[in-house]
Design a protein around this ligand. Structure first.
Ligand code: PMV
Length: 323
């Protein structure tokens, strides 16, 4: 039995498009920041053969749920590596201080891979663990590590892994998670990616710019240049979203409120408040700024849109185990 905790991450250079959906190999490398405010804690127990459990079981927030194919897939990978066939009991909780509107699949599959591997007695390196996590959800491979993390696209199972770029973030960057809509997204990221890859005439340009964005973003991080990190992240997010608007048929993850916030962020900048926006496969924006500006950004945002819930996140740690 083992329990692991993993934090969610926000991609500054995004993963968008699977080169090999079976192996979960992306077309482009991606770069993220792990956040400290939202995590998943998962306990995995492999049951002795003599128990009469005849399948895996899954309890989410104290309630029994069906075991999803992705969970089964992850447990099978672990069983295969351990040479076991025992069924598992998985218990998981998401910890969200205020509803942050952050995707939970990254923290969920990082925690499941780590707890599962530990419970099965596998001695995996963090890199190997990131490869396991990738099979649950691409972005999960980055949540194995804290701070700034790169996921190398690679060309096969073993070459597609995450590694820390800067594990201890010693400069004051924060991410403000803004909640505009808590409903599940209409187009799941896998389906959205597939549509962009198959139909957007801009998709090849996306892969090229995202790939070269890794080097530019790494330089901005090395220089501790928060404004440059923000500019590059905002540009990359809009380039990703351009592949959805240019898909056939077109679609978007923007809600009217998302656009409103983007406009406000641009207005803040003209008034000297340095702040940038990024957005994943859903309408909830994440704003990047320096820690000393975060309170002013939240105040201005809530002055314009009083109903908005904002959570200020700092760089978070990598996966950890609990007894
Ligand atoms: O890991 P998935 O399959 O949920 O895809 C994540 C895709 C984005 O969040 C939009 C970008 C990213 O790199 O996290």
């Amino acid at each position: 039995m083992a329990t692991a905790r993993a934090y969610t991450n926000i991609a500054l250079i995004k993963y968008w498009g699977k080169q090999d959906p079976q192996q979960m190999l992306p077309y482009n490398s991606s770069l993220s920041l792990t956040l400290d405010q939202f995590y998943t804690e998962t306990k995995v127990e492999f049951l002795p053969k003599q128990t009469n459990q005849t399948a895996d079981s899954f309890v989410f927030a104290g309630v029994a749920q069906p075991v999803s194919p992705k969970i089964t897939r992850m447990l099978n990978l672990i069983r295969q590596a351990a040479g076991w066939s025992n069924f598992a009991r998985v218990e998981t909780e998401n910890h969200v201080p205020t509803s942050a509107g952050l995707a939970s699949s990254a923290s969920a599959f990082a925690a499941l891979a780590a707890a599962g591997a530990q419970a099965a007695g596998l001695q995996l390196s963090p890199r190997e663990l990131s490869i396991f996590a990738r099979h649950g959800s691409g972005s999960a491979c980055r949540s194995i590590f804290g701070g700034f993390v790169v996921w190398h696209a690679g060309h096969d199972d073993q070459s597609s892994y995450a590694e820390p770029l800067l594990a201890t973030v010693d400069f004051p960057i924060v991410v403000i998670a803004v909640l505009v809509d808590q409903r599940p997204k209409k187009v799941l990221s896998s389906a959205g990616m597939q549509q962009s890859v198959a139909t957007s005439p801009f998709y090849p340009a996306w892969v090229q710019t995202a790939e070269s964005g890794i080097a530019t973003m790494s330089q901005a991080i090395a220089a501790h240049d928060i404004a440059r990190i923000g500019q590059l992240a905002e540009a990359n997010a809009m380039q990703m979203h351009a592949t959805t608007l240019s898909a056939v048929p077109p679609f978007t993850y923007f809600a009217p409120m998302t656009l409103k916030i983007w406009q406000l962020v641009q207005e803040f900048r003209t008034k000297g408040l340095s702040c940038y926006i990024t957005l994943d496969a859903g309408p909830n924006p994440k704003l990047l700024c320096a820690k000393q500006d975060a309170a002013a950004v939240v105040k201005k945002l809530q002055a314009a849109l009083p109903q908005l819930q904002c959570t200020i996140c700092q760089p978070g740690p990598g996966v950890a185990y609990r007894d």
